[in-house]
Write a protein that binds this ligand. Structure first.
Ligand SMILES: [Zn+2]
Length: 352
């Protein structure tokens, strides 16, 4: 477990379309693995156009859910729009960071109405995003612009720093959806670096997944994979309601996803993943998801059709400031991906 890499990836600022800080971390930790970028801020690791082997693409996305400055009020508050899917009631009374055009980071707090100033009608009314602003401690629009250098279009992300929970082997932090996928792509490539394989393995870290898999629509065009493994920080369901049989429990291994709202997984590839996990005595969970989707939605229907395996690392409280994730699940996900890739060859892939 490379805890330093998890920490830097999780802490990095990178709402959709503004993933450059994440790319910097990937660059720093890629070591001998080649890194290429494109104009959409997608990153390609170990890309090899000249290969004659079938290409396996390891996908993850670098963006996190965040906001953008939509307007600055006369009294110096920032009006915001969401980048990605937020539950409005999770937004107020949290710390955020705004990245300015000159690369400065400004800290702010999402506003909330104190109980003293709430009528009973206001208490019952559903909170709307228009009720919430970001307060940076300014008094006027002029101050926001001149003293803080904040302008319309500046991106905003939650301000949270990774913590290790040593008692139970968990991390608490932000953006595990999907910096933990970025971690798995890097660590899988490193684990396979000196192994003779019958496939070319290329990492593709896509931008802008949270706004509709936009980066992956481009990565898949460049990499042209014959097979893809999608790593995701998937929402855990082990602490909600009273689910009889939860499918995303922390410390029970990666989720092998059968279906979600964007993809029905290739059954033969699922069987290979399950058989591999069983053979190597790696824990896993099977997920039949009622909602949600991943970059697999874009990848599996690209080119001639790409068999696509989604490995989800259960993450509590996805799309909020504070997530929880298990260190052993992360390690088991990388081990499973490595074991699957070592078996792949042209004939097997054609059979999917
Ligand atoms: Zn997400």
């Amino acid at each position: 477990m490379n805890k330093e890499l998890v920490k830097k990836l999780s802490n990095a600022f990178g709402p959709s379309g503004h993933e450059e800080d994440v790319i910097e971390v990937i660059n720093e930790f890629a070591q001998e693995i080649s890194v290429e970028k494109d104009t959409l801020k997608n990153v390609y690791l170990n890309y090899n156009e000249a290969t004659t082997l079938p290409t396996v693409m390891l996908d993850a996305h670098s963006d996190e859910v965040g906001f953008m400055v939509q307007d600055i009020t006369d009294n110096g508050l920032l009006r915001i729009i969401p980048l990605g899917g937020w539950v409005v009631s999770n937004i107020p009374a949290h710390r955020v960071i705004i990245k300015t055009r000159d690369g400065k980071y400004v800290k702010g707090t999402t506003t909330s109405r104190p109980p003293h100033f709430m009528s009973s009608a206001q208490r019952e009314r559903k909170l709307e995003l228009d009720d919430i602003f970001v307060d940076i401690g300014a008094f006027s629009k002029q101050e926001v612009e001149e003293k803080f250098h904040i302008t319309l279009g500046d991106p905003i992300a939650p301000e949270v720093y990774l913590e290790e929970i040593t008692e139970t082997g968990l991390f608490m932090g932000k953006a595990f959806d999907n910096r933990i996928g970025c971690y798995c792509v890097l660590e899988t490539l490193k684990a396979l670096k000196d192994t003779e394989l019958q496939v070319q393995v290329t990492g593709a870290i896509a931008s802008q997944e949270e706004v509709g898999c936009r980066g992956a629509k481009v990565t898949v065009n460049k990499v042209k994979p014959q097979l893809a493994i999608v790593f995701e920080g998937s929402p855990a369901d082990d602490v909600y309601d009273d689910i009889a049989h939860p499918q995303g429990v922390l410390k029970k291994g990666p989720q092998i996803r059968y279906i979600d709202s964007g993809m029905i997984s290739n059954p033969k590839l699922i069987e290979l993943a399950r058989a591999t996990a069983n053979a190597f005595e790696l824990p896993y969970q099977c997920a039949v998801r009622k909602a949600g989707s991943t970059n697999g939605a874009a990848i599996h229907i690209s080119e001639q059709g790409v068999p696509c395996l989604v490995l989800g690392i259960p993450t509590r409280y996805a799309h909020t400031h504070y997530g929880y994730i298990s260190m052993e699940d992360i390690d088991h996900t990388v081990l499973l991906a490595v074991a699957i890739i070592k078996q792949l060859n042209e004939q097997l892939i054609q059979n999917f």
